[in-house]
Design a protein around this ligand. Structure first.
Ligand code: ADP
Ligand code: MG
Length: 544
């Protein structure tokens, strides 16, 4: 052996089985959370902090996973979350099922390369099938957008009434910030600022056509509210610049000191005067504001906040049309942003600045309210998913029904395709089709329904001549199969195509590994390379 002592290797069969077991363990960890009837997980970290959620990607991020193959599966959940904001559990569960089925074929001496090839072909075909199932959604169709927002939020521990409120907020927010560029629509959720304040109830969560800053005005002498606001955005400090090196000024008589102080005061007064001259009545400053400048601004009836984050400055630009200024000599009326009102409001027990009544703002805010930290955190995750899915549908203009219907339909069509391919790849494509059925299967299982009966009933609907048959999915509320369109279960097409693509990708990647060589875990404290190859992800919290 040429490797350092302590290096662990596993190859061939052993490598496959270890990797598959690890990846499947990840899938098993989140399976019970899938769908509206899925359960929550309580995660407790090393510091004793608790997270209660049923959000796939959140659970996986919190788990301290060491096995490299398991980590690859966690990565696809993250990709899914970045691309679609939803469908993370589905992607991981499909990947786990693909590998479970692949293991059976490996046992029958089918070569992993054949499997990987077949999976790749199946994935391309499945995406094509899904695209054909997809139907168009117009961004003006608020009713459908709302259904999509609600579907993304089902299963999150947020009450039904509150979900309605949140869904309305989501649809308005996305419509407000979407922009047409080169003929296509973009909806960037980064232009929606989400602020949280504990206190009140979730139903008091509100959309603000403007920006909220978790900041109070810098000086009590300033007005609390400014109507017809003209906002100057400044990214330099309104202070006297400190010299880079320590400078010493020697003052020999009192009049010199006074002169020096006067000089300083004059410079600061000039800063305030330049702002006033521009016609601004609100200052949003990225840096600090000197006490004296605060005082002058207050005398001039100007409202000011300081040390505002750069990304918030950018959102204010989008919301008010202001131009950020670094040199006050450049500041003039044309750089000022507009809002009906800028005011300080007391929310729970802290003061916040509300910039509201912006004209057609391309950045908006949502203020989340809720009784406890845990409630607010889960609302935030629900809101994140819903905002992202509605944004995705506005951008792509395509949706599918949910509840496992597209997976059943795709599986059926994939089997026809497999038969046309023939050869040994046919087997791989067929198990790919079988693996997709894990979605309706698990939805039924988590709802306490009979899984086999459900799949049989779904298949018979999808095979029927009735055009509505292909909309049939698992209706978890009545414990029957039903038309998902009439049950308002609708999801973005991209959530489905991305989930299939990433599941196939990680499964083929894992199948192509026939050798795992892991260096000995370094003795250094936390953060060293992962240990190998126990076969199971390490460090899972005790409740799994
Ligand atoms: P994911 O992380 O994959 O989004 P979820 O727990 O959100 O996991 O479950 C998503 C699945 O639940 C999707 O297949 C979706 O179609 C399905 N689903 C959502 N709402 C309903 C509903 N009301 N009835 C049946 N299925 C639903
Ligand atoms: Mg979801």
């Amino acid at each position: 052996m040429v490797l350092r002592e302590g290096t662990e290797t596993s190859r061939g069969k052993e490598a496959y089985y270890n990797n598959i077991a690890a990846a499947r363990a990840v899938a098993d960890a989140v399976r019970s959370t899938l769908g509206p009837k899925g359960m929550d997980k309580m995660l407790v970290d090393g510091m004793g902090d608790i997270v209660i959620t049923n959000d796939g990607v959140t659970i996986l991020k919190e788990l301290d996973i060491e096995h490299p193959a398991a980590k690859m599966v966690v990565e696809i959940a993250k990709t899914q979350d970045d691309e679609c904001g939803d469908g993370t559990t589905s992607a991981v569960v499909i990947a786990g099922e693909l590998l479970k089925k692949a293991e059976k074929l490996l046992e029958q001496k089918i070569h992993p390369t054949i499997l990987a090839n077949g999976f790749r072909m199946a994935s391309v075909k499945a995406i094509e099938i899904l695209r054909n199932i997809g139907f168009e959604v117009n961004m003006k169709d608020s009713a459908t957008l709302k259904k999509i927002a609600l579907t993304a939020m089902t299963g999150k521990s947020v009450g039904t009434l509150e979900r309605e409120t949140l869904a309305d907020i989501v649809v308005s927010a996305i419509k407000q910030i979407s922009e047409k560029t080169d003929g296509s629509l973009t909806a960037d959720v980064d232009n929606i600022k989400v602020e949280k304040k504990q206190g009140g109830s979730v139903s008091e969560t509100e959309l603000i056509l403007g920006i909220i800053l978790d900041k109070e005005r810098v000086h009590k002498g300033m007005p609390k509210s400014v109507k017809d606001a003209k906002i100057a955005l400044i990214n330099r400090a309104l202070e006297i610049k400190k010299t880079e090196v320590d400078a010493k000024i020697q003052i020999r008589d009192p009049s010199q000191l006074q002169k020096f102080l006067d000089e300083e005061e004059k410079t600061l007064k000039e800063l305030a005067d330049k702002i006033k001259a521009s016609g601004a009545n609100v200052i949003i400053c990225e840096k600090g504001i000197d006490d004296l400048v605060q005082h002058y601004l207050a005398n001039d009836g100007i409202y000011a906040v300081r040390r505002v984050k750069k990304e918030d400055m950018e959102k204010i630009v989008k919301a008010t049309g202001a131009t950020t200024i670094g040199n006050l000599d450049d500041l003039s009326a044309k750089h000022l942003g507009k809002a009906e009102v800028v005011e300080e409001r007391k929310i729970a027990d802290s003061e916040m600045t509300f910039i509201t009544g912006c004209k057609n703002p391309k950045a908006v805010s949502v203020l989340i309210r809720g009784g406890t930290e845990h409630v607010i955190a889960e609302v935030e995750r629900a809101l994140h998913d819903a905002l992202k899915v509605v944004a995705v549908v506005v951008e792509d203009g395509k949706a599918v029904v949910g509840g496992g219907a597209p997976e059943i339909e795709t599986a059926m069509k994939l089997r026809d395709y497999a038969a046309s391919v023939g050869g040994r790849e046919q087997l791989a494509i067929e198990i790919f089709a079988d693996a997709l059925e894990i979605i309706p299967w698990t939805l039924a299982e988590n709802a306490g329904m009979d899984t086999i009966d459900t799949i049989i009933a779904l298949k018979s609907q999808h095979e029927s001549k009735d055009k509505k048959g292909k909309n049939y999915g698992v209706d978890v509320n009545s414990n029957k199969v039903g038309d998902m369109q009439t049950k308002n279960v609708i999801e973005p097409l991209r959530v489905k195509t991305q989930a299939v693509a990433s599941a196939a990708e990680v499964a083929t990647m894992i199948l192509r590994i026939d050798d795992v060589i892991a260096s000995k875990k370094s003795e250094a404290p936390a953060g060293g390379p992962g240990g190998m190859p126990g076969g199971m992800p390490g460090g899972m919290p005790g409740m799994m």
